[in-house]
Ligand binder design. Sequence first.
Ligand SMILES: O=C(O)CCC(=O)C(=O)O
Ligand SMILES: [Fe+2]
Length: 333
Amino acid sequence: MPAAVSGRLLARTMASHHNHRQQRPLPVINIGRLGDKDPAARALVVEDIARACRDRGCFQVINHGVSKSAMDGALEAASEFFDMPADRKAAFACDDIRSPVRYDTSSRDGISKARSFLKHYANPIEDWVDSWPTQPPTYRKKMGKYAVEVQRLSVQLTGAIVEGLGLCPMYLEEKLGAGLQFMALNNYPQGSSRAGDTVGLAPHSDIGFISILLQSSPGLEVTHHDDGGIWTPVPSIPGALHVHLGDHLEVLSNGRLRSLLHRAILNTDEARISIASIHGAAMDEKVRCAEELVDERHPRMYRESSFHDFLDFLPTNVKAYRRFVETLKIDTA
Ligand SMILES: O=C(O)CCC(=O)C(=O)O
Ligand SMILES: [Fe+2]
C-alpha cells in the first residue's frame, strides 16, 4: 500500500477512534471513600476525578453524602414554586441581575430559549434564606437543607479536584467557605418536536469553580472542548448528582482543565426541572491562575477576574455567545 494511502487510512481510523472515544458513557464516580482515613483509598477516587475533569470536564457522583430526602425535597420545593400562579412568581421578577433573588421567564440573557427560572444565593445560608420565597410554605426549609448539603459536597469535590492538579487539598477550602453558592432552579416546558423547539437553554459554560446539578428527568447535554462538537446526553441516574467544571476552575488550573459547555434539551413527553448549584469565590474576590501551575513551560494563560466582573460581562454577551473565560485569555503569541 502506498505510504500516502496508508497515512490517510490511519488518519481516518484515528478520527473514528476519536469519535468513538467521545461517545463513551460519561464517568460515574463513587466518592464514598473520599473521606477515608486510608490515603490509598482516597487517592484512587482523586485519580478518577482528575481523569474525568481532564478528559470530559464533568462526571456524576454517587455515594456523595447528599441525602435522598434533601434531593427529593429540593425538587418538590422547586416544582411547587413553579406550579404557583404567575402573579405570585412575578413578585420575584427583577431586572437587576445583581438582585439576590430573581425570577424570570424571558430570554434577556441570550441563552434562555424556553425556561423560567428562579435564581438565588445560598451560602452562607443564614445570610440569604430570609430573601427566599415564603411560598410554597416549605420552600425555605426544603431548599435550605439541600443547599447546605450540596455546599458541603462542593468543598469535598473541589478538594479532590485541586489535589488532582497537584495542589494542596485545602487550596480552595477557605475561598469556597466564604464564597458564593448561586442556585438556579430551571423549569422547562414539555417540548413539541413538531414546533422544533428542542433547546430550552442554549450552550454556555458556568462561572464558578464547579456546578452541581440535579435533574428531574434527562435533558442536560454536554460537549467537552475536544469532543468535536458532539453532544452527549447526561443520563438521569437515580440518586446521582452531575458535576461540571466552571470558568474559574479553568483559570485556576491555568488551562489544564477546561470549563464545560452544556445545554438543556426539552423533553417531548414531559416538563422538566433542574437545580444547578454554582460554587465560586466571593463576589469581589479575584480568581487567578495558581502560581504552582505557572512556569516557563506553562505561561500564565488568563487574566484575573471576579464573579462581579462576570456579572458586568453578562449583558454584553447576548448577541454572539462567548464563554467568559475566553475573554480572559492572555495573548501569549
Ligand atoms: O437544565 C439544565 O440541565 C442546565 C441548567 C444550567 O445549565 C444552568 O442553570 O446554568
Ligand atoms: Fe449552566
